[in-house]
Structure formats: C-alpha cells, structure tokens
Design a protein around this ligand. Structure first.
Ligand SMILES: [Zn+2]
Length: 169
C-alpha cells in the first residue's frame, strides 16, 4: 500500500494491518517528479515481514499517480474555487494535468461528500463549498494525509493502494 511521508511517526512506517509487525526496508524506486518528466525522485518501499505486503512512502508534496505538485494544485483550486481569479502560472504540461485534476475533483464531489459526512454542511455541495470545507483542515498536504489516514482515500481518487491488504489465512 501507499502512505504519506508525514504519516510516519518514527524512523519507519508501521504495518497498516498490525503495528506490531516488523517492517524492513525493501527497495527504492525512481518516480517522475514533474509533469514534463524532467525530474525524478527516490521513493522508498518497505516490506512487512509478516506478509502484509509492501508499503511505499509518498512525499507530502506529491499526489498519488499524478505528476502535478500538491502545492501547485492547492494554489490552482484556491484560485478557481475560492478566489475566482486567474489560475497561477504553469507550463502547458502542468496546465493539462491541472485541468484533468479539476475535472476529476468535480467528479469526486459526491463520493467525498459521502465519506466526509458531518464535516460537510451541504447535502450536495458545489465544488467551492466542498473545497472551502476541506481547506478548513489546512493545506492540501494536510487534507491528503487526513483523507488517507481517516478514510483510506484521496482527493482525486479512491485508490486501492491506500487500503491495507488483508493477510490471507
Ligand atoms: Zn503486517
């Protein structure tokens, strides 16, 4: 599964299935950092020795499966849904990614509303209402950690990698 860097309390992640399991460093792999593929960063992967599978650690500045940075997306969503101003400067590649991210966020409104329950005041919130409520939690980095830790989901997708794998047998 995948967890966010800031969810790690000590020097290594806990096994999501059982914190008493031992976790060892397994491998590291390279991941593109920027939408234009110009930059790569190292991601560490851990393994639960009790057989619960691997745990990848995603930097807080990164989104699962998407190449746009968390801070740029936050700025973009603030501009579009809160401030009603022109979105921040971005490269053509980033712009494409950001527009797809916004489209995905709009699709995600019903499921995020359901997951967040009482936290959202409206029954069918607009994108602005939902984004304003989420931003009350803090920066997007914090929102992503909150969604992953509390609800095993993310802003732009309900990815399987965010849920722990059950131990068979
Ligand atoms: Zn385990």
């Amino acid at each position: 599964m995948q967890i966010r860097q800031s969810s790690i309390r000590g020097d290594r992640p806990e096994c999501p299935v059982d914190p008493s399991h031992r976790v060892h460093v397994h491998a590291t792999y390279r991941r593109y950092k920027k939408a234009d593929g110009s930059d790569k960063e190292t991601v560490s992967r851990w393994l639960c020795t009790a057989g619960c599978g691997t745990i990848s650690v995603l930097q807080d500045a990164r989104l699962p499966y998407r190449l746009i940075g968390v801070d740029l997306l936050e700025e973009w969503l603030d501009a579009v849904f809160i401030e009603g101003r022109a979105p921040p400067k971005a490269t053509e590649n980033e712009k494409g990614c950001l527009e797809r991210a916004v489209a995905r966020f709009l699709q995600r409104i019903p499921s995020l509303t359901e997951v967040l329950g009482q936290m959202i005041n409206a029954v069918s919130p607009t994108a602005t209402q939902l984004w304003v409520q989420l931003r009350k939690l803090g920066k997007l980095r914090k929102i992503l950690r909150f969604l992953a830790e509390e609800f095993k989901t993310s802003l732009l997708g309900n990815y399987r990698c965010l849920r722990p794998r059950r131990v068979s047998g």
